[in-house]
Design a protein around this ligand. Sequence first.
Ligand code: HEM
Length: 84
Amino acid sequence: MSQQLTKAQVAEHKDEANGIYIIIDDGVYDVAKFLDDHPGGAKILKRVAGKDATKQFWKYHSKQVMEKYGPKLKIGTLKEEAKL
Ligand code: HEM
């Protein structure tokens, strides 16, 4: 899927019913169905729900993790927004 989402739209998805969206780099990932499978635990993912977790992601994972799971969880990309 290649929908573009704004940060505000991502922020609206932070529970299992609506999806748990997380921004990593310019990708948007829905980890709602991955919560129970996450080796780092569900709690830590819920804490960054609706937010940009790029820094946290690259702190704990290698590129291989993104290559393996990224395509399955990616739901779109972050929309470029005008910066003031
Ligand atoms: C698309 C999102 C994510 C995926 C696919 C993912 C996947 C994984 C995988 C496969 C591991 C096992 C360790 C490894 O193989 O290197 C792991 C561990 C871990 N993840 Fe994630 N993760 C995601 C997001 C996050 C985020 C946003 C955080 C922090 C806010 C986080 C925190 C951790 C921690 C703390 C561990 C345990 C590291 C350890 O015990 O050494 N993860 N994750």
